[in-house]
Each structure stands twice: as structure tokens, then as C-alpha cells.
Design a protein around this ligand. Structure first.
Ligand code: DGT
Ligand code: CA
Ligand code: CA
Ligand code: ZN
Length: 589
């Protein structure tokens, strides 16, 4: 790993993980908190919507939640000098190849260290070869099973092209659009492509510009101050690259054909192909310039006019995936999609309340979170800390900790909420409970009675057969107080595939037993994925939106959950927490 002043967020997160791993290997108990702090900072940086270097430039490094004083001071040194005495010192003596191996999910610091020092693995390629020859299984403490796990993870890692998470792409695009609008010749600028369709991840960013002077508009585009290089510049389009390996394509057209430009480059490819086929059948041909009918080009300033000419309603970009939207638009059957303003509460939030869990705790206090929810005009929220650690407590202790949390929330409902809030009326006492590998819950059944309702989720043992995993989930969902199956596939974008479940069976169960599926709005999760949201909606299963916030700022992520829900054709009726408090409580019972 080469340190430099211009490290991107991805590289810095990798660096901090390497530092955490080094602490871990040096194995001193006093480092436990440091390890957690470094891992948390790496997570925070992966989630950041701006490049850290830019934040540092603006003196805002300390405002990133998750980066503490000490790490901030080391990053400051890194951005000033391109070096860090501290990071280098901590990593000294450890083989640098091990940090590359740690990019494979499931390979931690100790495993990577062993692989490098015991069998001399120097790269992912070598690791794969060694695995195929059975060399990993022979190592002490490894065996056939971990060897095949490692090989499978390598396979998954290779199949993945790095795509940007939605908020990161959106923030970069926002800055470019802001820059474009500074030019006198630019009339409008909007996102296109997967970003406009609000897909969970974005390959490259595409931007539409309306201008009578494409040449000057593109001159302005390629002089964007933060670009690292220009890839190409033509008459109508240009491409640049931003730090963090973000490609931005810009397409320009005059105002009278801007609608056709927006339509053409919003995609998706499949939507456009289907639309083109429909047009051809009706004697029309489509392009980014407009619609040709009997040799004459019709231009469109807006997309609404473009779709109208085809005899259709305007189709929201989130639906443009060739999944039935064209037929719906022809027949006046497009759904009235859920909107951010419809949301009345957030149903997954973690406060800093110390419930002695082995999972991540939040950074903000219950009061801070309630205040934030009040600013967002919510009527209610659920506090859903993770269950107390099962291995470290006796049953009675678990019950006691949950009681303490209930008391804290009761007290807030009686005083703070009444006294300080203008819109929040109720804080629900909930919990995010691990589903044990065999399907039980990680808390005693008695403790469920202390909760208003419970969320359940998978946080370990991700690889079970489809049948075993389905049985595991249904067993846990069957408890009466269990209401929501949170981040149901347990996927992590760019990191981990989702678990395998028999979805028809899960959906049938949820519909029959009135259980709800979460659309987790955390940008690395966005889980349920949009295609499964669509299945759930079709099956009549109700959905909840939750931000899975671990800080008060993260409550703002609700908008990304809304995008996923919209891509799954969800309407207000499908989303439980679009209901008022009164209706929501009715649905709970
Ligand atoms: P991405 O960038 O992988 O996240 O996905 P998109 O959908 O943004 O794909 P992209 O950037 O290749 O192209 C933007 C949209 O433009 C795409 O959805 C379909 C549309 N499109 C129409 N004609 C063309 C064409 O000739 N070339 C490309 N690249 N895109 C076209
Ligand atoms: Ca794109
Ligand atoms: Ca593109
Ligand atoms: Zn979780």
C-alpha cells in the first residue's frame, strides 16, 4: 500500500482496515477499542458522499461521523505530507501482501498473515492456485471447508466490477451539475443513466446539458476543477474522470430537443430497446434528437411530450427497466409511486444506549435521534438496538438489559416526547434480534413481551442451503411479537452476495401471517433489492422502510430506501410506515 496526499476514499478505507488488522495481529488487549475505532472509521469513509481529501481541504474532516480526534490528526498529516509516521509504525514488520488478501470477504488479518507467512502466498492469483491444488486445506487450522469458502469468495470478488454506491454517485453528480450551471451558455443540467433511474449502484455518471452553444458548454465541462483527466471531447459529448475513478459523461443538446436527449440517455438499455420496437410497429423511429415519422423529425423540449407522442403517460425513470412499464403507460395503469414526503416514521434506528451487544452500537443518544426525527416531521420512530450479546450474558441478564431499555424509552415517551417534540408522538421500543443458525432467536422468548414489536435479521452463517435458510427464517418469523424481517437478503453492495431463500414461500408466509419485509435504506445494503420489492408488492406483502441509522445524520438516508421502493413499483399503500401513528398501531395488532 503506497501512501500519498491524493489517496481516494476507497484507498483510505483500505489503509485504515490494514491499520486495524495490524493492531489485531499485534494482539494487545488494550488495542481492542482502537481496532473498533479504525474499522468504524473505514466504514464511515466508505459511506461518505464526498471525497475525504475535499472535506479536509474545506476544514471539515472532523465533521464526518465516525472519525475521531486521533484518526483525524493522522489523516491530517497524510493529506499535508503524503506520509503518516503513525500508520507506518503500526504496520511495520507485517508483510504488505497480506493486506491484498484481506480484500477477499472472509479472510481476516490472522488468516491472511498465516497464508503469507506459512505458504508464501503473494497475491490473489497465487491464493487461488494454492487453493485449487489443495494447499490451503493442508494448513493447520484450515481444512477442506474453509478452503472451498475461500475459493468461492475469490470467485465472487473477481466477478465484481467496482460500482459506486448511490449517494456517492449522486453527490459527485450534484457538484458537476452545480459547476455546469455556472456557465452562461448552460440552461439546464440533469442526471441521466442509472443515477437518474436511482439504481442501487452506478457505473459511470451521465449528465444532460441544455445549451445553444454545445462547444462552449463542453469546454466548461472539461475544465471542471476537480477532474483528474479528460477522456474525450467531441461536438456533442465529452467524458472526464474524477478522483476515486469516477467517470462522468456529458451530453449536450439545444433546448428544443432536450426532452429527447433526456429520454434517450436515461435508459435503461432494455427500456429503450422495448420502446424502439413499439415505435417501429407504429411507423416511428426514435433517437436522441427526437421521433421521426414519415421522414420528418419531431423535436421535444420535454420528456412528457416525447412519451405523449408515443401515446403513453410519462414513465418515472425508476420504472424504466422493461418490466411492464410500457404496457402500463399505454393503458393509464402506472402506479402512484411512494414519495419521501409520505413517510411518517423510521422503523430501524440504533441509539448509543448500552445494551451490551456484540454488534455495532449507534453514536447518537436517544434524545438526539428523537429531535432529528422531529425535524423530519415524523410521527413515530422505532429504536431497534441489537440484542444483548448471547454468549456473554445469562438469560436473566439479557431480560434485565432489555427491561432497562424499555424503562428508558417509557420515560422518554412520558416526558421528553411530550415536552420537546412538535410532530413525534411516540417512540416504539423495539430490538433487532439475530436469527440463530438453527432458526431460534438470540433472546429468551419471555423477553419478547417487553417489546412493542421486534425486527429479526441474519448477521452470521450466511451460507446455508436454500431450504435450510428458508426454514431458519420462517421459524424465527413465526414468533407473534416478531413483525419485521430486516435487511432480508443480508447483502452488502460490492462486498457480499445475498443469502439464498425460497422467496415464494417467504412471501406466502408473510402475506398469510401479516409479517412485514424491510426495505433497508442503508446505502451499502438497499435490501430488499428492488426486484424483490416488486415480487413482494405483487404478492400483496407489506413493506417497511428503515434507515438502519447508527447516527442521527443517517436518518437522512430514507430517500435511498424510497428509491428502492419506487423501483419496485411500491405505492403508499404497500409501505406500512406511510401510515399515521394511529393507523400504524392498528396494523400492529
Ligand atoms: P451504468 O453506467 O453501468 O450504471 O448504467 P447506465 O444505465 O447509466 O448505462 P450507460 O452509462 O452505459 O448509458 C446510459 C444510458 O444511455 C443507458 O441506460 C442507455 C442509454 N443509451 C442509449 N444509447 C446509447 C448508446 O449508444 N451508448 C450508450 N452507452 N448508452 C446509450
Ligand atoms: Ca451511466
Ligand atoms: Ca455512460
Ligand atoms: Zn442488521
Amino acid at each position: 500500500m503506497k501512501l500519498s496526499r491524493n489517496m481516494t476514499n476507497v484507498e483510505i478505507a483500505e489503509l485504515l482496515r490494514a491499520v486495524a488488522a495490524s493492531y489485531q495481529l499485534k494482539g494487545e488487549e488494550k488495542n481492542r477499542f482502537r481496532i473498533i475505532a479504525y474499522q468504524r472509521a473505514a466504514d464511515a469513509i466508505e459511506h461518505a458522499s464526498s471525497e475525504l481529501k475535499d472535506l479536509w481541504d474545506d476544514g471539515k474532516l472532523k465533521e464526518v461521523p465516525g472519525i475521531g480526534e486521533s484518526i483525524a490528526s493522522h489523516l491530517d498529516e497524510l493529506f499535508r505530507t503524503g506520509k503518516s509516521k503513525h500508520f507506518e509504525e503500526v504496520m511495520k514488520g507485517l508483510p504488505k501482501e497480506m493486506f491484498d488478501l484481506m480484500e477477499v470477504p472472509g479472510i481476516g488479518a490472522k488468516t491472511a498473515y498465516k497464508l503469507v507467512t506459512k505458504i508464501g502466498i503473494k497475491s490473489l492469483d497465487e491464493l487461488e492456485k494454492a487453493g485449487k491444488k489443495g494447499k490451503i486445506a493442508e494448513l493447520e487450522g484450515f481444512g477442506e471447508e474453509s478452503q472451498s469458502d475461500i475459493l468461492r469468495s475469490i470467485e465472487e470478488t473477481k466477478g465484481r466490477t467496482k460500482r459506486h454506491i448511490l449517494p456517492y454517485a449522486a453527490a459527485n453528480a450534484g457538484l458537476v451539475i452545480e459547476w455546469m450551471l455556472k456557465s452562461k451558455v448552460v440552461k439546464k443540467a440533469d442526471p441521466l443513466g442509472s443515477l437518474r433511474r436511482q439504481a442501487a449502484t452506478v457505473g459511470d455518471i451521465d449528465i444532460a446539458v441544455s445549451s445553444d452553444n454545445p462547444k462552449e458548454a463542453l469546454e466548461h465541462f472539461v475544465s471542471y476543477p476537480k477532474k483528474t483527466r479528460t477522456l474525450e471531447k467531441g461536438d456533442r459529448t465529452a467524458s472526464i474522470v474524477l478522483p476515486g475513478d469516477v467517470q462522468v459523461d456529458c451530453m449536450v443538446q439545444p433546448p428544443d430537443s432536450y426532452g429527447a436527449l433526456l429520454q434517450h440517455f436515461t435508459g435503461s438499455k432494455h427500456h429503450n430497446i422495448a420502446l424502439r420496437e413499439y415505435a417501429i410497429k407504429h411507423g416511428m423511429s426514435l433517437s436522441e434528437y427526437g421521433i421521426k415519422i414519415k421522414g420528418k423529425l419531431n423535436k421535444f423540449a420535454t420528456e412528457e411530450e416525447f412519451y405523449k407522442k408515443l401515446g403513453m403517460d410519462w414513465i418515472p425513470p425508476e420504472l424504466r427497466e422493461d418490466a411492464g412499464e410500457i404496457e402500463a403507460a399505454l393503458n393509464d395503469k402506472l402506479p402512484q409511486l411512494i414519495e419521501l414526503k409520505d413517510i411518517k416514521g423510521d422503523l430501524q434506528i440504533h441509539s448509543d444506549f448500552d445494551i451490551e451487544t456484540s454488534h455495532d452500537v449507534g453514536e447518537s443518544s436517544m434524545e438526539e435521534i428523537i429531535r432529528k426525527a422531529d425535524e423530519l416531521d415524523y410521527e413515530y420512530i422505532a429504536l431497534t438496538e441489537h440484542n444483548p450479546s448471547k454468549s456473554k450474558h445469562k438469560e436473566a441478564e439479557v431480560i434485565d438489559l432489555i427491561k432497562k431499555k424499555k424503562e428508558a424509552i417509557d420515560k422518554l415517551n412520558y416526558s421528553f416526547v411530550k415536552r420537546e417534540c412538535k410532530s413525534v408522538q411516540k417512540v416504539f421500543n423495539s430490538l433487532e434480534i439475530d436469527i440463530l443458525p438453527e432458526g431460534g432467536l438470540a433472546i429468551p422468548e419471555k423477553a419478547l413481551d417487553l417489546l412493542d414489536f421486534a425486527l429479526i435479521s441474519i448477521h452470521s452463517t450466511f451460507r446455508l442451503s436454500r431450504d435450510a435458510m428458508t426454514k431458519r427464517v420462517l421459524t424465527a418469523l413465526a414468533y407473534p411479537r416478531v413483525q419485521i424481517f430486516a435487511h432480508p437478503t443480508a447483502r452488502k453492495l460490492n462486498l457480499r452476495e445475498g443469502v439464498e431463500l425460497n422467496w415464494p414461500e417467504i412471501l406466502t408466509f408473510c402475506k398469510k401471517e401479516n409479517k412485514w419485509l424491510e426495505v433497508n435504506a442503508e446505502p451499502m445494503r438497499l435490501d430488499l433489492p428492488d426486484t424483490l420489492v416488486r415480487e413482494a408488492v405483487k404478492a400483496g406483502v407489506k413493506l417497511t422502510l428503515g434507515t438502519d441509522s447508527h447516527s442521527k445524520e443517517a436518518l437522512n438516508n430514507m430517500m435511498f430506501g424510497i428509491s428502492v421502493a419506487r423501483r419496485g413499483w411500491a405505492t403508499k399503500d404497500d409501505i406500512v410506515n406511510s401510515r399515521s401513528l394511529k393507523e400504524f398501531e392498528k396494523m400492529l395488532h
